[in-house]
Design a protein around this ligand. Structure first.
Ligand SMILES: [Zn+2]
Length: 76
């Protein structure tokens, strides 16, 4: 299963969870304060900065890192 990163808006703790892709966008419980933490996109996420310093374009493929729609970092 893929690894996702979450950030707690209450205590600003960041933590990682391994969970099914189908639960990737669901809120996760902060291990520190038990608040709902929201997913943050890691460096492996879809919208990265390439070598020329330009952000990956939006539109077209839903995932700029794999060029398709089925990798573990695709936010689908
Ligand atoms: Zn917290």
């Amino acid at each position: 299963m893929p690894l996702y990163e979450y950030a707690c808006p209450s205590c600003e703790v960041k933590f990682e969870l391994i969970r099914p892709l189908s639960q990737a966008t669901e809120a996760a419980e902060c291990p520190s304060c038990l608040h709902n933490a929201e997913r943050v996109l890691s460096t492996f996420a879809c919208f990265t900065v390439d070598e020329s310093g330009l952000s990956a374009p939006l539109g077209g493929s839903p995932c700029a890192s794999c060029g398709a729609d089925s990798c573990d970092t695709c936010d689908l």
